[in-house]
Ligand binder design. Structure first.
Ligand code: ADE
Length: 258
């Protein structure tokens, strides 16, 4: 990112949640809430901790997420996007209940080989889409601060997250995915279904993007068990606490001079 402020007072921050449950607490705290329906989706405009925000749900899968991100930018004038959600663990050091802040994203189900190297997105000349350094650092710090008290057992990791249109839920499947990625030189921490799509849309628009995922499962045979309960009981509370910290930090101009 070139020098110069990347976040201006008065800009609107988009907070994108993968699932409705995660968004509920944020809407409850929204000041001057305005509900707008567009393209079958609901967008909430208002202020949180003094910052102008737009809240919405991505729905599941890359197409839905890309469509939502493009709408946030083009129709709701988002100045940056922060994405929260849950993910399956891919790396050994990542445990259920930990938080992963994305360094970059890759679509693990994109394969235009042999025309292009596996995972490379044609026309972009790369497989990995990097998140905004300063916004991601702020999100990581917010996660560390938010989890330090009540959720001190959770670790915060930062690294590659991979996305694909598939809920990975089998020991064989997750093993094969890890091996394929490693062979291509991609050591991923977690897998989910939307983040890489939003990263690509934000890259197209030159928009700052950061994402965090609470690890709900190990993408193995028991991945689907207790998923809904984990989202409502754990991940939504993490997301609320972390996003609140982030907004308080972004409201402090000393935090984002570059
Ligand atoms: N989101 C949460 N867990 C996941 C998994 N195992 N696969 C894909 N997306 C997920």
């Amino acid at each position: 990112m070139s020098a110069g402020p990347w976040w201006q007072a008065g800009q609107r921050l988009a907070i994108l949640s993968a699932l409705v449950d995660e968004q509920r607490g944020l809407i409850d705290h929204l000041e001057q809430p305005e509900r707008v329906e567009h393209a079958g989706r609901i967008f909430w405009l208002g202020r949180l901790h003094g910052l102008a925000v737009v809240l919405t749900v991505s729905r599941i899968g890359k197409v839905s997420a890309a469509m939502t991100a493009a709408t946030l930018i083009e129709r709701f004038d988002a100045g940056a996007i922060v994405f929260t959600g849950v993910a399956g663990a891919l790396a050994d050091q990542v445990q259920v209940g930990d938080v992963v802040v994305a360094q970059d994203f890759l679509q693990h189900d994109l394969d235009v080989s042999p025309l292009f190297p596996r995972y490379e997105v044609p026309a972009y000349g790369r497989a990995r889409f990097v998140c905004h350094e300063d916004l991601s650092a702020a999100l990581r710090q917010a996660a560390q601060q938010a989890l330090a008290g009540e959720f001190a057992q959770a670790s915060v990791h930062q690294g590659l997250i991979v996305s694909g249109d598939r809920f990975v839920s089998g020991a064989g499947e997750v093993g094969a995915l890890r091996q394929r990625l490693q062979q291509a030189g991609h050591a991923a921490l977690a897998v989910e279904m939307e983040g890489a799509a939003v990263a690509q849309v934000c890259a197209d628009h030159g928009l700052p993007y950061a994402a965090m995922r609470t690890v709900s499962d190990r993408a193995d045979d028991s991945a689907h068990r207790d998923f809904a309960e984990f989202v409502s009981q754990v991940a939504s509370r993490y997301a609320q606490a972390i996003v609140s910290r982030l907004l308080i930090g972004l409201g402090d101009p000393a935090r984002h001079r570059r």
